[in-house]
Design a protein around this ligand. Structure first.
Ligand code: ZN
Length: 201
């Protein structure tokens, strides 16, 4: 496929990388599933991959918090996606923040083959730091969509997934009882409260 980066009409735009990012509960997996469903309706061959680490609900399916699901393949490393996506026209990748850094080259290579790649992932970890390969994926993307949850404290657009339970490990799979979406101001306030608590103790 030549001239992959060109925007001369829809046909030429097929090989590309789209990234959907945001905090937890922002609806990014729902958005990934929506785009993949539309591709399926258009009779395109769709494959979905997720890191083997994410087995929260189901071994075989990408499941969103809304309960929509699409069959998917858990893979141990990003390199496996290149091998397994040979026949695909559209490749979905969920929970991309858990993949190794090589995922960036994999997405570029797939797009160079004319494949539309749709990546969903957490942009920030619970400390508000860019998460794994996500910053690089955002940089190489043709199109970026940042979706937002609602701050549970003030109702503004959320910015980060604040961890309510104790623990420092970055890879902790999230559920509602462990994380809350917060806006930038409420997150700063929560961090201050935590600091004050630590000083009292
Ligand atoms: Zn807030």
């Amino acid at each position: 496929m030549k001239d992959v980066g060109s925007s001369n009409g829809e046909m030429m735009r097929r090989g590309r990388v789209e990234v959907v990012c945001g905090s937890m509960f922002s609806g990014k997996t729902e958005e990934l599933i929506r785009r993949l469903r539309r591709a399926q309706f258009a009779k395109q061959k769709v494959e979905i991959f997720k890191p083997a680490i994410d087995v929260r609900y189901s071994e075989e399916e990408v499941v969103s918090h809304e309960g929509n699901s699409i069959p998917s393949t858990p893979v141990d490393s990003s390199a496996s996606i290149l091998l397994m996506a040979q026949e695909s026209e559209v490749v979905g990748i969920d929970e991309a923040q858990f993949f190794d850094d090589h995922i960036v080259e994999v997405c570029n290579e797939l797009a160079a083959r004319g494949i539309r790649v749709i990546v969903a992932g957490l942009d920030l970890d619970f400390k508000g730091q860019p998460f794994g390969p996500m910053p690089a994926l955002l940089a190489i993307a043709d199109e970026v969509t940042k979706v937002h949850a609602i701050c549970v404290r003030c109702g503004a657009l959320a910015y980060v997934s604040h961890r309510i339970v104790a623990g420092e490990k970055q890879v902790l799979l999230g559920e509602k009882q462990e994380y809350e979406p917060l806006c930038r101001a409420c997150y700063a306030q929560a961090m201050n409260e935590k600091k004050e608590e630590e000083q009292v103790c």
